[in-house]
Design a protein around this ligand. Structure first.
Ligand SMILES: *Cc1c(COP(=O)(O)O)cnc(C)c1O
Length: 471
């Protein structure tokens, strides 16, 4: 399998070449040259497989530069009941007639990002050892991504993590999750500033090409193709659990921010998994809902990006969206460039409302969308507690609300549960008056010793810290 850039760069790459990279050299995103097709006989075989073996089968279609036995071992090491809490890895439960929750949040940091990041940690360690190379991952986090990356990379050979976060602005639980890690290769850097300062520092360091090369700086952000690929697997696993045979359609609702998760659903659907509808659920930051309703994609300024109670969906633009638009315009890289480089680059928006391609988003690709507010989240959390004695986190609540707006008779609707409620306890308290139960392994983590350095919001200070800690 070869990978191309959405913006038309002539080079073609293999999986392990793009594994450790971010954007393509022309600023585009990597996609496979084609989507492998899965027929009903294959689906029938896959239905019987445990999760790790299903992951191996799907990954094998996209990765041909790791020997199969090694890839199989990596999948087996990654998707264990010990790490993800059950043999099913992503157990499905029926909430009410036809509405299901797929549990993706029982990994080490209690959010779905573990599903991909745990695999990435093992792939990175494998590939770096093979090359005899090292990588220093530099990131900025306000919560979920940073902790998932740290738990995936802790103790891994050849990898160090330098994770910046805004000092004092994460929830005590999230701080404790990250700062209690004592692994020598994990570095927490609390920046006196806000999340945007952290992101600016990461950009500034990455733009210093000399420094970047010398210290082998890399990232693990959501545009990484391997992360997206890992997420394709649980659409198949969810489908098999929601159906008894492979001729039944299923729909999915996905709490969305950077469009990584739901883009994996799009890939699964393109491979031939019988997905009827992909519902994109957004919060007040409704860039994506606006596009699917109107055909206009309009990125927001920082001042127009709201801080909400589903903070992992607070985005001003959706960094993976370009992948879907590439398919939507018939994989025409020239057209894609004119939308993302010319229109978006100059005016901060593009408009497909009058383009026949826009209708395809729903008709051919099955996309629908909805938007929720803080009041909707509270109402959904209360209603789900009262009627089903189930606690959901605010992001999953956004999903449930959206799902109910797009139900079709006879078609199971699977809502992806993207975090456990304990991660967002303050909103649960607001909705219900009490804290959600905490998994035993997180009892008392706030009291554990913390490993963190405080630095000013200054890229030079962060560079100096990295240099000191890379010997
Ligand atoms: C990251 C995240 C999302 C958004 O996922 P995308 O892949 O960025 O669309 C939703 N919910 C939670 C809890 C998250 O951590």
């Amino acid at each position: 399998m070869n990978y191309l850039s959405t913006r038309g760069h002539p080079d073609r790459k293999r999986f392990c070449e793009i594994l450790l990279e971010g954007l393509a050299p022309d600023g585009g995103l990597y996609l496979p040259e084609h989507y492998p097709q899965v027929d009903t006989a294959t689906l029938a075989k896959w239905r019987e497989l445990p999760y790790a073996e299903l992951a191996f089968e799907i990954l094998s279609l996209y990765i041909d530069d790791i020997p199969p036995a090694d890839l199989k071992a990596i999948c087996a090491r990654t998707y264990t009941a010990e790490v993800f809490g059950s043999d099913e890895i992503v157990p499905l439960r029926e909430l009410e007639d036809g509405v299901y929750l797929e549990a993706l949040s029982n990994g080490p940091t209690l959010a779905f990002k573990d599903m991909a990041m745990q695999l990435l940690g093992n792939l990175f360690e494998y590939e770096l050892a093979r090359r005899g190379a090292e990588l220093n991952i530099l990131g900025a986090t306000s919560g979920d991504t940073g902790s998932a990356a740290e738990y995936a990379m802790r103790g891994k050979k050849g990898v160090r993590v330098f994770m910046t976060s805004p000092d004092g602005r994460m929830s005590p639980f999230q701080q404790a999750q990250m700062f209690s890690l004592q692994d020598q290769n994990i570095h927490n850097i609390a920046i006196s500033g806000v999340f945007d300062d952290c992101q600016d520092i990461v950009k500034a360091v990455s733009n210093d090409l000399g420094f970047k090369r010398k210290y082998r700086i890399g990232t693990v952000n959501s545009i990484n193709w391997a992360r997206l690929l890992a997420q394709v697997v649980y659409y198949f696993a969810g489908y098999f659990q929601a159906t008894a045979s492979n001729d039944k359609p299923v729909s999915f609702t996905v709490p969305s921010g950077n469009f990584g998760n739901v883009c994996a659903g799009h890939v699964a659907r393109m491979m031939g998994l019988p997905i009827q509808t992909l519902v994109v659920a957004t919060n007040e930051n409704d860039v994506l809902d606006e596009f699917f309703r109107t055909g206009i994609y309009r990125v927001r300024a920082a001042a127009d990006t709201h801080e909400t109670s589903s903070p992992s969906m607070d985005i001003s633009k959706a960094s993976n969206f370009e992948r879907f638009v590439f398919d939507l315009v018939g994989r025409d890289a020239g057209r894609l460039r004119s939308l993302f480089v010319d229109d978006l680059g100059r005016q901060g928006r593009f408009d497909l409302s009058a383009d026949p391609a826009f209708r395809q988003a729903a008709e051919r690709f099955g996309f629908k969308s909805s938007r929720s507010t803080h009041a909707d989240r509270l109402a959904t959390i209360r209603d789900t507690d009262k009627r089903f004695a189930t606690l959901v986190d605010p992001h999953t609540a956004d999903g449930l609300k959206a799902a109910r707006e797009h139900l079709a008779p006879g078609v199971p609707m699977v809502v992806l549960e993207t975090a456990l409620p304990i991660k967002f306890a303050a909103t649960l308290v607001e909705a219900l008056g009490h804290e959600p139960a905490r998994p035993a392994k997180f009892e008392g983590i706030e009291a554990l010793p913390k490993r963190v350095v405080k630095l000013p919001a200054d890229a030079e200070a962060v560079k100096a810290y990295i240099a000191q800690n890379c010997d």
